[in-house]
Design a protein around this ligand. Structure first.
Ligand code: HEM
Ligand code: SF4
Ligand code: SF4
Length: 553
């Protein structure tokens, strides 16, 4: 039976040469600005990594931090709602009561609510800029990006509406400023600001509506967030415990030093002045004051249209997607479990009764190759001359990786004994391993380190090299989210396909190095080589192996 390629729909993105997938220079209008922002992010992230490590680096987990802040907002908001009296007379005093009489509980929860909302919009905007800077806004990420844009509106509407509920002078200022801004739009027949200008026009119903907005919009935000992460697997739902503890402690300290308090009660006979502004959420008001409503609306609508349009502007071509080979797929579903973008589903095998087969959705596939690394058939020990695997990447098939490895191993064998011989496996998105290639070092760059089947490490060591170095980005830095995590777990025997225990751990080194850390990677490789040459590295080597080539399938 001839191998069959399976994907769920006609595949318009497969079978291109490697030149198709390299980024053409300056294809994107925003290339240089984006490149500089990415470099700035990388530098700060590397700096934070040195202190916190990848797991606890907040910049690497901004989405998760946003979700954590949202849960704080929901929990504290529920308590605040229970004590809120939504009558015109009761609203100010009921909130004030929290801070004055119940400072030890209600007051703290109110402060937590305020600081978490500031932190939420801050991390949301940082998350947006970071995703853009790393070029994560088009192709298979289009859906996450487009569903992210309305969240910004929802977050700001909830935040601004929250300030109104207090009905103090700040609320009065914000409400009037907002309605004046709204009045500029041609949608309103009569000026809405008028409702807030005359004392007798404020009534209980307005507060009920405000509370509804302040609760209804966040519910829409939660729904929107569910849609936002709907297409990715194993979502980073919460930051690490240490990060949660540290941020919560900071909020509590802030709550103690500068508790959230109300201003004087609203008085529509007076024009509020000298108010302390929340610049994270209410910055739009001074911006309107120093420009004009027209300029602010132009900025808001312009930015929204630009964000929606960004994924459709010219950008590098999409990677070809993974292809399934029916003859070599045994339906084990490891690729389904490992795919970071839920692109693999399992279906009935076309000609193996009772078996399943992997099916790739071309719209969801990121072209990362992680599935090829998880397939049990992706082992270089197979004897066929042409290695055909259950699932593979047309731009860099596992067979080509084996050929590259074998050619480089043959080259290493021609070198005189002396310096320890290394094989380095890395990733096109991280530190460039090709720069390490030398007479004593074979270097292979994959689409993602998660594409490396662990059996390649055993194969290299059993073919005579002294050590294997695997490099990839730190947690939260993997361009394909889970590549390095799966690699780590596979090499630590915690995930299939696992590295066989006959591989001595002291001949294997994992080094985390992002795109900008090539020097650190080179230094780590040299340090590993010296250790292999001089230290008491286990003399045990896995048994030598030489593949007997077979021409049978
Ligand atoms: C409202 C606040 C937001 C929260 C709490 C949030 C949260 C998240 C989370 C938890 C993830 C998954 C991260 C992972 O597991 O790797 C994610 C992914 C993503 N978010 Fe957001 N997000 C928010 C707003 C936005 C906005 C405004 C944008 C851009 C317009 C955006 C763009 C993206 C993109 C492109 C991804 C996919 C990343 C990837 O595939 O590697 N998000 N977000
Ligand atoms: S693991 Fe990567 S290449 Fe494989 S199907 Fe999923 S997104 Fe596509
Ligand atoms: S990992 Fe390989 S064998 Fe298993 S289901 Fe996926 S393609 Fe088939």
């Amino acid at each position: 039976m001839l191998p069959t390629c399976i994907s769920s729909t006609a595949n318009s993105r497969h079978s291109s040469t490697s030149s198709d997938v390299t980024d053409p220079p300056n294809v994107s209008l925003d290339n240089s600005l984006r490149g500089n922002t990415q470099t700035a992010f990388e530098r700060i992230e590397n700096f934070f990594d040195a202190f916190f490590g990848g797991t606890d680096n907040p910049l690497r987990h901004l989405g998760a931090l946003g979700l954590y802040f949202l849960w704080i907002l929901v929990a504290t908001g529920l308590y605040l709602y229970t004590v809120l009296d939504t009558s015109i007379e009761g609203v100010y005093t009921s909130i004030g009561h929290l801070s004055q009489q119940q400072w030890y509980l209600g007051g703290i929860l109110r402060s937590l609510h305020r600081y978490a909302s500031d932190a939420f919009v801050l991390v949301m905007m940082l998350h947006l800029v970071r995703e853009w800077a790393y070029g994560r806004y088009y192709g298979f990420r289009l859906y996450s990006w487009i569903t992210g844009v309305p969240l910004i509106w929802l977050a700001y509407i909830s935040g601004i509406g929250g300030y109104w509920i207090v009905w103090d002078r700040l609320a009065q200022y914000s409400a009037i400023a907002t309605t004046e801004l709204l009045d500029w739009l041609p949608f309103f027949n009569e000026p809405t600001a008028r409702n807030f200008l005359a004392p007798d026009s404020i009534n209980d119903r307005i507060f009920t509506v405000l509370v509804f907005i302040h609760i209804g919009i966040p519910l829409m935000l939660i729904l929107g967030l569910w849609a936002h992460v709907n297409r990715i697997s194993r979502v980073d739902y919460l930051p690490s415990r240490r990060v949660m503890l540290a941020t919560m402690t900071s909020f509590l300290v802030l709550a103690a030093i500068k508790p959230a308090l109300s201003e004087a009660p609203a008085n529509l006979a007076l024009v509020p002045a000298n108010l302390p502004l929340d610049w994270f959420i209410l910055f739009i008001h001074p911006l309107t004051d120093i420009t004009s409503p027209a300029a602010v609306w132009a900025l808001i609508f312009g930015a929204t249209i630009l964000l929606f349009a960004l994924p459709f502007l010219p950008h590098p071509k999409a990677q070809p997607i993974a292809l399934v080979d029916a003859a070599n797929c045994n339906g084990c579903s490891r690729c389904h479990a490992d795919c970071p973008y839920e692109a693999v589903t399992m279906a009935a095998h076309p000609y193996k009764p009772g078996h399943q087969i992997a099916v790739v959705d071309p719209d969801l596939c990121a072209g990362c190759g992680i599935c090829a690394g998880s397939c049990p058939s992706s082992t270089p020990f197979r004897s066929q001359e042409k290695l055909v695997t259950g699932i593979d990447m047309p731009q860099q098939p596992v067979d080509v990786t084996r050929q590259q490895l074998e050619a480089q191993l043959a080259q290493l064998r021609t070198q005189p004994a002396g310096a320890a011989k290394l094989v380095v496996f890395g990733c096109d998105k991280g530190a460039d391993v090709r720069r390490l290639a030398s007479a004593d070092t074979a270097a292979i760059s994959l689409l993602c380190t998660g594409m490396l089947p662990p059996s390649f490490i055993e194969y290299a060591l059993r073919s005579g090299v002294d050590g294997v170095l695997v490099t990839g980005c730190r947690e939260g830095g993997c361009d394909f989210r889970l590549g390095m995590q799966w690699t780590q777990e596979r090499l630590a025997h915690q995930r299939e396909p696992h590295l066989r225990s006959l591989v001595p751990q002291d001949r294997l080194r994992i080094v985390y190095a992002s795109r900008s850390e090539s020097k650190q990677l080179a230094a780590a490789a040299e340090e590993f080589r010296t250790q292999l040459e001089t230290q008491a590295v286990s003399s045990t080597r896995p048994p030598a192996y030489s593949r007997r080539k077979s021409h049978h399938g």
